[in-house]
Write a protein that binds this ligand. Sequence first.
Ligand code: ATP
Ligand code: FE
Length: 383
Amino acid sequence: TVVLGIETSCDDTAAAIIDSHGRILSEVARGQAASHEPKGGIVPVLAVAKHVENMPYVVKEALDQSGLTMADIDAVAVTRGPGISACLSVGFNAAKTLAAVHNKPLIGAHHMEAHALTARLCFPDQIEFPFLSLLISGGHTLLLAVHGVGQYTQLGTTRDDSIGDAFDKVARALQLPWKSGPGGGAGAALEQAAQRGELYESPVAISEESPRSRPSLKIPLRVPMSVNHQVASLDFSFSGLKADVFRRIEAELASHYGQFVFDMAAAFQYTATRHLLQKVKLGLRYCQTELGMAQPRALVCSGGVASNTYIRGQLQDWAAAEKGGGGIPLFCPPPRLCTDNGVMVAWAGYERLRANMVDSYDIGVMPKWPLEDLKNWPNIKPY
Ligand code: ATP
Ligand code: FE
C-alpha cells in the first residue's frame, strides 16, 4: 500500500509518499522563510499565496522523486485541521481533486494525530497501543493517552501559551533570530543559545566539595504550577514563566548582553523541561491508577519542540531510570519528522486507511478540531 500525504496547515508546503512498511519513498517541503522573516512570524495571507504557488510543484516533485505516478498511489491523505483555515484549504482542495479524479480513497488527517503517530513509522512494531503521548509544538502542549487510531484521552493541555510559542517569544525577547521552514521558529535558536549558557552558579567547586548537594542555579526560575493547589493538575502553563523571563530580561539585557542571553536561554529551557517532566510523571501514574487503563507501553514525544536535544535527553534520563523500576521506553521521531512534514500525514493516512476510516470527497476543513472528537468519526461537526 502506497499513500501520498499533503500538509499545508501552517507555513510549510509539504508532500511525501510512504508505503505500508513505513518506508519513505519521497519527501518534499518548501518553506517560506523569505516571506515571513521580515515580520518575525507567520503572516497568513502571505502563507496562503505561497502555498498556492508551491502546491503543484511539491506534489509533482514527490511523485517524481518516488518514481511513481498517481496510478500507483493507493490513497491520498491530507491535513484537514487544525490549522489556519485558508492555508489548510490549499492542500485540502489539491488532495480532494487528485483523489476524486484518480478515484482514490481520501483521508482527512488530524495534524496532531499525525504528529503523534509518526513515531510508529519511525520505530516499526515497537510502539504498541496504549501509549502515553507528549505533544509539544508551535500551537499545542498536550499530554495524551493513546488507546488506538482516533482514540485519545486528553490528560492535560496548556492553560495559556503553547510551549513552542513560549520558546519563540523568549527567543525573540533575547533578540535571537526567527526562522521559517523546517526546524524553524525561534526554538532552535534558543536551544543553540542555551548550549552556550551556564545553568549553575559554580558547578566545579560544588561538585568537588560537596558532591551530594545540588549546585545552585545561576538564574533560578519558578517551575510552573508548583504551588500546592496546582501540583496535582495534569495541565501545563507557560505564561507565568514567560512573564518572569521577560521581567528579568528587561532588567538585565541592556547592561548584560552577551553571556546573560545564553544563561537566560539555558534557565528557561531547564525550567520548561522540569515542568514537562513533572506532568509526564503525574500522567503516567494517572493512567495506571485513575484511568484504569493498561500500563502504557511507551512514552512518545513528538511535535516541533520535540526536536530539542536537551528536552529529549532529560526525558530519556527519566525514562531510563523509570525503566529500572518496570518503567517505560521513550520514543522520539528524528528532528526533521518532529516539525511539520508530509511524511507524518501520509503515515496517519495509512493508519486510518488500514482501519477503514476513509472520508468522502465532500468533507470540509477543520481549523479547530479537538483530538478527542476523533472518536466520533465519521460524525465530525465543524466548530
Ligand atoms: P502545531 O503542530 O501545534 O499546529 P506547528 O505545526 O506550527 O504547530 P511545529 O512545526 O510542530 O508547530 O513546531 C514548531 C515549533 O517548534 C516552533 O514553536 C519552534 O520554535 C519549535 N521548535 C523547533 N525546533 C525547536 C528546538 N530545537 N527547541 C525548541 N523548540 C523548537
Ligand atoms: Fe505541527
